[in-house]
Design a protein around this ligand. Structure first.
Ligand SMILES: [Zn+2]
Length: 636
């Protein structure tokens, strides 16, 4: 989902000022606070949901609901009871099991616990129909709400993250998707249309009422099931993708905005083609995609039918991208919400990179400024007690997005996109749930490298590095020394390839230096004389306050014997000494200062580590051309 922060800041005072227009605005804000300690229930842990049929009666003039929800399930364990989540203020009218009315249930603490007439074995199927009614409690992003547009009433739902159980009895969890759903909604027959998931298979009209029957045959998470009802006008179009059947696009617009919506349908075509080509075909191509206008300032990626404040280009791309990242594969816990939001937002960036590439750098800078505006905070949401903790703009969205970009730059485009395509085709995840580790494994496999440290530093821990680049101007060779401090103590060093730009009179180039330790020295043969050096000039990493300082960098490369070798760090704080040579080494010998030889390595690699205890030493490096180089070494 996405909310417009900028607009919210502008409009919140206006909302409270116009109390009559939005009598619930303040009440809704207050209610958010009551939900800080929400803990998902385990009500439905004993069964696997196969199918939900929501048979609902609503009227956009009234914030109330009545209906029957029929759940088909398969037992995961032997048992004689099943549970459902439903908020405590709902009134249960009846419960039926296999055609038989049951009175043996309890309804307390937001859980209906139903005692079945007989024990079911593991693997047995069952079906429960719960009839209920009431005025749903506000939750999260309101969950179930009524508003006005041009004097017309609209009723809409937005259940993410914990709101579904306020308006229908369900298994509100991120561990189980229904395999398919039917959403059958009866509304007063006064120009009302109902928008929902999947395909509209039937409408039944009487003089007073009209019933819309939507059917969706793909696995769907509970929070992605939604309805919106008002005097919508329908706009149909389609997306053509070479080699595929056309994908129907069905938009439900406010009549007063019909023309603008019709114009803006061009964005979804372009976005659908782009995302299908970049990743995999739109996952619900056999049904439809669509947008339904709603009054919440932002968008929500209800499966196959996003609810939208407008059809702005970025919002269209964002909510459409969620159909892959969020709907087809859903975050497996609210801790992992960045798998939904980081990706949806990064798709906005990728779309921009493709269609207006010159704006992509500025787009990153905008979010980079926010991300690095505070020193800490993790992308992984440890606190998931309320919507503000889960949907943190700076961390869940912006940092999640920029971490994806950083990751792409570390492993390269081919591995990055191959890894994501493989993630989107993993049968253990598609139509189901993923956690951060699932994504890591797919990109690791594609890149053939371990990303444990990267994910640890960037997703689970906090902060970012600030670089100091020591630069010794030379002729065509530049020597740089790269050091970093981190903004947050949870990470002491970010291991990254760092882009350094060297600019000369007529030429410039960016060199990515693999920065694996502090004080690392690189000698770079540019072939031209640079006059300026910059660190991360195009905002490819998450860094801030980088600086370049003129510095005389003394290394073994410049030692009196003229050998192409360096020994560092010297002095060494840990005793771990790295030897880096540009020519084959014949022998390394270590002496005490009084000339006693204490160690020797024959024919080591050009990159070698040696370990020494505290003390002062002489290290002698001999080469095959019978020259050698000796350096005094201090281990503190
Ligand atoms: Zn989103």
């Amino acid at each position: 989902m996405k909310h417009f922060l900028f607009f919210l800041f502008l409009f919140v005072p206006v909302f409270t000022g116009l109390g009559q227009e939005h009598p619930d605005a303040l009440l809704k804000q207050l209610n958010l606070q009551q939900w800080r300690d929400f803990v998902p229930s385990q009500a439905g842990d004993m069964y696997d949901v196969k199918h939900y049929e929501l048979n609902l009666n609503v009227d956009p003039n009234v914030r109330e609901i009545s209906g029957t929800v029929t759940t088909s399930f398969q037992m995961l364990t032997e048992g004689n009871s099943v549970g459902f989540d439903l908020y405590r203020n709902m009134i249960i009218d009846s419960i039926y099991y296999a055609g038989q009315k049951l009175s043996s249930y309890t309804f307390a603490e937001d859980i209906i616990n139903i005692h079945l007439p007989a024990t079911l074995a593991q693997g047995d199927f069952g079906k429960i129909a719960i009839s209920y009614h009431g005025a749903p409690q506000y939750e999260g992003f309101e969950a179930f709400s009524v508003d006005t547009h041009s004097k017309n009433k609209i009723l809409w739902t937005l259940s993410q993250p914990y709101g579904a159980y306020t308006w229908w009895p369900c298994k509100q969890t991120l561990t189980d998707k229904a395999d398919s759903i039917d959403v059958v909604v009866t509304v007063p027959n006064r120009d009302n249309r109902v928008a929902s998931n999947g395909v509209l298979v039937e409408t039944l009209e009487t003089e007073d009422f009209i019933t819309y029957h939507w059917k969706h045959k793909h696995p769907v998470a509970t929070y992605l099931i939604a309805i919106a009802v008002t005097n919508y006008l329908e706009l149909r179009t389609q997306v053509d993708i070479p080699g595929q059947n056309p994908i129907p696009v069905i938009d439900y617009a406010y009549p007063e905005e019909l023309q603008a919506w019709s114009m803006d349908q061009r964005y979804v075509k372009q976005a659908m083609q782009f995302l299908s080509e970049r990743f995999i075909l739109y996952p619900f191509a056999d049904e439809k995609y669509g947008h339904a206008r709603f009054p919440y300032m932002g968008g929500m990626e209800h499966q196959t039918m996003s609810f939208m404040y407008n059809l702005g280009e970025s919002l269209v791309v964002h909510e459409l991208a969620h159909q892959w990242f969020g709907d087809y594969i859903t975050c497996g816990s609210w801790h992992d919400i960045w798998l939904n939001e980081g990706f949806a937002m990064y798709c906005e960036g990728l779309y921009r990179e493709h269609y207006s590439p010159t704006t992509f750098r500025g787009w990153r800078l905008e979010y980079l400024s926010s991300v690095t505006g505070s020193p800490g905070g993790s992308v992984y949401r440890y606190d998931i007690s309320d919507v503000n903790a889960i949907f943190d703009s700076r961390l869940t969205y912006y940092k999640g997005t920029l971490v994806l970009h950083t990751l792409r730059k570390q492993v390269g485009d081919e591995a990055f996109f191959n890894g994501i395509r493989s993630y989107l085709q993993d049968p253990d995840l598609t139509g189901g749930f993923a956690q951060t580790e699932n994504l890591r494994q797919h990109i690791e496999q594609a890149a053939d490298t371990s990303l444990i440290e990267f994910f640890d530093d960037w997703i689970y821990r906090e902060g970012y590095p600030s670089y100091t680049i020591g630069w010794q101007p030379g002729d065509t060779k530049s020597r740089i020394k790269i050091s970093q401090v981190t903004s947050h103590p949870s990470v002491d060093f970010f291991k990254l390839k760092v882009p350094i730009r060297f600019t000369g009179a007529a030429k410039d180039t960016i060199v990515w230096v693999p920065n694996t330790e502090n004080g690392q020295i690189f000698e770079i043969d540019l072939g031209f004389r640079p006059t300026q050096v910059e660190c991360d000039p195009n905002f490819e990493l998450i860094t801030r306050n980088n600086k370049v300082v003129a510095e005389t960098i003394v290394t073994g490369m410049n030692n009196p014997a003229g050998k192409k070798v360096e020994i560092y760090p010297n002095p060494s704080p840990t005793g771990n000494i790295h030897i880096h040579s540009l020519q084959e080494i014949k022998q390394i010998e270590v002496y005490t200062l009084d000339g006693k030889r204490i160690g020797q390595t024959d024919a080591p690699a050009k990159e070698t580590d040696i370990q020494l205890n505290t003390g002062n030493y002489l290290v002698k490096i001999s080469f095959y051309d019978n020259t050698n180089y000796t350096e005094k070494l201090i281990v503190k």
